[in-house]
Design a protein around this ligand. Structure first.
Ligand SMILES: [Zn+2]
Length: 340
């Protein structure tokens, strides 16, 4: 089969990879309907992760089940399915508590590589969720978004305790931050402030439910949030970048006793204890347990209540994956969908 391989930072190519086969009775093989490039794929692309060498890429996926192992009972050949970037058994105590991304039996789909024609999904029963029938083609981008960026933005909003009467600020105007705006709106937030300097991203943030835009960042950005909230700060702040500056901006924008939900993959982030002590801010996040939210997100998408597929502003065939990486690296595209 064809699949994307990152040979070294900045060197992405589509080549032949072995067809996946059932390795465990709990596996399923899916034929990808579409796949995509994640903001987190840019970390190795930019040489900011160690040891990148001939790495199969991709961890977001939607597709049709081709084959199942003998122990799989909840999905069958022909089902259209969505899963998360961490597989999960959905039965262990961590999964039962709603933290499937930390399942004691988890596997990272990024080590399997879903920017390809086919993928093996371990722990299929606890990982994959089938839609109600074969979806129309126009819904596929939204289902694909649910596989990661929507589920991650949703978790960030939940972790930040976004809800009715709350003011929510969102640090990061990438696909996850924008989906965080959408989630905050769905969860009933009263006021949603998006930090963004890019007109196209500001426009999408407003479509997704942002009521205000702040173009400044850092301490200046946090001061703007305080000013807009009678000096208090936001109740809930989503951090969807993963840098030190973004985390400091998120905590500084939050009122005392408020909540930060952080989902940007941390790169060199260090939080001073005295900052937490001095503000009384709750900080919760990490790898989003997307599986927890998938049934609800699938319903919202099937009912056309949300359209998170709008985050894909570039569509390319799998063969042109390198162009997709380049466009996202140069911030010419928010997110690239790859047709298979
Ligand atoms: Zn588990």
């Amino acid at each position: 089969m064809r699949g994307v391989v990152m040979h070294a930072p900045g060197d992405v190519r589509v080549g032949e990879r072995p067809d996946p086969v059932i390795e465990e009775p709990t596996d399923a093989i899916i034929r990808l309907s579409a796949t995509c490039i994640c903001g987190s794929d840019l970390w190795p692309y930019r040489g900011e992760d160690d040891g990148v060498h001939d790495m199969a890429m991709g961890h977001e996926y939607v597709g049709v089940v081709e084959e199942t192992g003998s122990a799989v009972t909840t999905v069958k050949k022909g089902d259209f399915v969505i899963g998360s970037f961490w597989t999960s058994d959905n039965t262990c105590e961590i999964c039962q508590a709603g933290y499937q991304s930390y399942c004691i039996h988890r596997t990272l789909m990024g080590t399997i590589g879903t920017q390809a024609e086919f993928a093996r999904v371990p722990l299929a029963d606890g990982t994959l969720v089938a839609t109600h029938g074969m979806p129309d083609a126009d819904l596929i981008p939204s289902f694909l978004a649910a596989s990661d960026v929507l589920g991650t933005g949703w978790f960030a909003a939940v972790a930040a305790e976004a809800g009715p009467g709350k003011t929510v600020a969102v640090v990061g105007d990438g696909a996850v931050g924008l989906c965080g705006v959408l989630a905050a709106k769905q969860l009933g937030a009263e006021r949603i402030i998006a930090f963004s300097r890019h007109a196209d991203r500001q426009a999408l943030a407003r479509q997704f439910g942002a009521t205000d835009i702040v173009e400044t960042r850092g301490d200046e950005g946090a001061a703007a949030i305080k000013e807009m909230t009678n000096g208090y700060g936001a109740h809930s702040v989503i951090e969807a970048v993963g840098t030190q500056e973004a985390m400091m901006q998120a905590i500084a924008s939050t009122r005392s006793g408020g909540h930060v939900g952080f989902v940007g993959v941390s790169h060199g982030v260090s939080i001073p204890g005295i900052m937490l002590f001095g503000t009384g801010v709750h900080v919760h996040g990490g790898a989003a347990p997307v599986r927890r939210f998938l049934p609800q997100l699938i319903d919202l998408i099937e009912n056309h209540a949300i359209d998170p597929g709008k985050v894909f502003d570039l569509t390319l065939p799998l063969a042109d994956a390198a162009k997709g990486y380049e466009a996202m690296d140069q911030r010419k595209a928010i997110k690239t969908l790859l047709t298979v």
